[in-house]
Design a binder for this molecule. Structure first.
Ligand SMILES: Nc1ncnc2c1ncn2[C@@H]1O[C@H](COP(=O)(O)OP(=O)(O)O)[C@@H](O)[C@H]1O
Ligand SMILES: [Mg+2]
Length: 256
């Protein structure tokens, strides 16, 4: 089977700081790849670089699209990149306010993405928006409310619905549970786990929280100072960490 996404030796510098140092990995369909590391290790830079929101300095990013065509993300013209982001990719922001339109209703936040990909029938759009609200456990009665009246956990679930309605194949998430209370986090993680399975999503999930990757990620990259210091199956990496930094990460979470 061919990988969905192949990242080869990508590097990004900010002046003298090397935020990402020759990072490579492959992501296969239906796989969840966790990227873990402390603050400043280069996780967000890597994710934005992959999505083409930030130009990288070196390396290749190749994506196999729905038509089975290999797309070079580094040379893809901006209009095509934007189209790909709407039709095949989704980006879940840490702060739902960055991923939602706060001045339009919950239903419109979902419907807007459908309009973007060409849906025109108002009744169908509304029906589908309602279905997605229920998928992310938001009561249908909140359909016409503004997201600003929602709790943080509900806003994050609405952001998921807004992204998933166009049935993306690849979803990038940057600390999706980062800003939430622990009990709300747990609920959102459960929901994400079931959505990833039922929709057969491929996901790149950035987090500093080992609990999050343990629950969701099949494979893991451990980053420190812009470099991948360890990579492998999540269970293997966390049960038998080889690199001192990973060992430290794992033992820190075992301390009560
Ligand atoms: N816009 C920027 N300008 C200069 N340095 C940056 C910028 N964004 C990130 N950095 C630096 O790049 C490194 C990686 O940052 P980042 O990717 O945000 O890490 P993480 O998401 O793991 O916390 C850090 O040293 C950070 O200070
Ligand atoms: Mg970050």
């Amino acid at each position: 089977m061919n990988p969905l996404l192949t990242v080869t030796n990508i590097s990004k510098y900010y002046g003298d700081i090397c935020a990402c140092d020759r990072i490579s990995f492959s992501l296969y369909s239906g796989q969840v790849l966790g990227i873990i590391g402390e603050s400043g290790s280069g996780k967000s830079t890597l994710l934005s670089g992959i999505a083409g929101q930030l130009p990288v300095d070196e390396g290749e990013i190749a994506y196999r699209d729905r038509a089975d065509t290999l797309v070079n993300l580094r040379t893809l013209p901006e209009p095509q990149r934007r189209r790909l982001m709407k039709t095949e990719w989704g980006f879940v922001q840490q702060n739902p306010r960055d991923g939602l339109r706060m001045r339009v209703t919950a239903g419109a936040n979902i419907g807007e993405r459908l309009l973007d990909v060409g849906a025109r029938h108002y009744g169908n759009i509304r029906t589908e928006a309602l279905e997605w609200l229920s998928q992310v456990e938001i009561p249908p009665a909140r359909m016409d409310d503004l997201p600003s009246t929602f709790s943080g956990g509900m806003q994050q679930r609405l952001q998921l619905a807004r992204i998933l309605v166009t049935r993306p194949r690849l979803v990038l998430m940057d600390e999706p549970t980062g800003g939430l209370d622990v009990s709300v986090q747990a609920k959102l993680l459960d929901l994400m786990r079931s959505l990833v399975r039922t929709l057969d999503l491929s996901v790149i999930l950035v987090t500093h929280d080992i609990g999050v990757v343990r629950l969701l990620a099949h494979r893991l990259l451990v980053m420190q100072n812009g470099q991948v210091v360890e990579a492998g199956l999540t269970d293997q990496v966390l049960d038998d960490p080889q690199h001192p930094y990973t060992q430290q990460l794992v033992s820190a979470t075992l301390v009560p």
